[in-house]
Design a protein around this ligand. Structure first.
Ligand code: NAP
Length: 255
């Protein structure tokens, strides 16, 4: 079966850089209608210009997922513009590197409010729209988790807790929303080389980390494409509550 996303109405949060911008290119190339959302409007406008010509339609939404009011406004705007949404890629996220002993309440909230509460509120708003849409086939929510939601590493406690929450949230929502025809799955990437982390991989610490990955290399953005398209398309219509790990074997590395 073809991984067809033609004319699907797709919202991508955190689309202004990294994985989210890449996902927007992939889905647009597949003929989807894409709504790209994040806080940095200038970067979204640049991306929208790049996507024009490939995507069936491009829409730009200013969105701060740490702010419930911003989420409600963006989702209302989307529902009014498109009449519904078929796929949500819940990708907005922040990292934090800090010894757990030093993490303050504000540090913790800064990560959890975006990565977990924000992802939940986006999914909830989307589900309310998908349920109302009444086309019968509900929709697909794709949460971007991480192997740090499944395994441990030093000095990333807030982040790892948030992603473990995203893993469990995926299963909870899959259970509750199957009755609405809404599928909820997650991608759990390992370390993917992006512009932002490129410098780190040349350092001794970066090289040591790569040496612990069974495939002895980082992932590339395009290695997320097939799982993304599968979850966004009807090819995965019997899948819900799944966590797809894409990590060169990192999560199964030996002790
Ligand atoms: N790169 C990896 O190796 C890797 C591995 C596993 C999982 N992930 C996950 O993949 C996702 C994308 O990460 P990335 O590596 O592509 O990082 P990135 O380039 O820093 O992108 C993060 C995106 O999230 C957006 N964002 C951050 N805070 C936001 C907020 N409050 N409201 C709305 N958008 C917000 C940013 O846009 P604005 O700043 O414009 O708002 C940006 O577009 C994250 O969930 C991350 O945890 C990444």
């Amino acid at each position: 079966m073809k991984l067809d996303v033609t004319d699907k109405r797709v919202l991508i949060t955190g689309a202004s850089s990294g994985l989210g911008a890449h996902f927007a290119h992939v889905l647009a190339a597949g003929g989807a209608r894409v709504a790209i959302a994040a806080r940095r409007r200038d970067r979204l406008d640049t991306l929208a210009r790049e996507l024009t010509g490939t995507a069936a339609e491009v829409s730009v939404l200013e969105l701060d997922v740490a702010d419930p009011g911003s989420i409600a406004r963006a989702m209302t705007e989307l529902a009014e513009a498109w009449g519904g949404v078929d796929v949500v890629v819940n990708n907005a996220g922040v990292t934090q590197t800090r010894p757990a002993i030093d993490i303050t309440a504000d540090d913790f909230d800064a990560v959890l409010d975006v990565n977990l509460r924000g992802a939940f509120l986006v999914a909830r708003e989307a589900a309310r729209i998908m349920r109302r849409d009444g086309k019968g086939d509900g929709g697909a929510i794709i949460n971007i988790a991480s192997i740090l939601g499944l395994r441990q590493a030093g000095h990333v406690t807030s982040y790892a807790i948030s992603k473990a929450g995203v893993v469990q949230m995926t299963k909870q929502l899959a259970l509750e929303w199957a009755r609405f025809g809404i599928r909820v799955n997650a991608l759990a990437p390992g370390y993917i080389e992006t512009e932002l982390n490129a410098d780190f991989w040349g350092t001794d610490a970066g090289k040591a980390l790569i040496a612990r990955i069974p495939q002895r290399r980082l992932g590339r953005l395009d290695e997320l494409d097939a799982p993304l398209l599968m979850l966004a398309s009807d090819a995965s219509r019997f899948m819900t509550g799944s966590i797809i790990v894409i990590d060169g074997g990192h999560a199964v590395s030996g002790l």
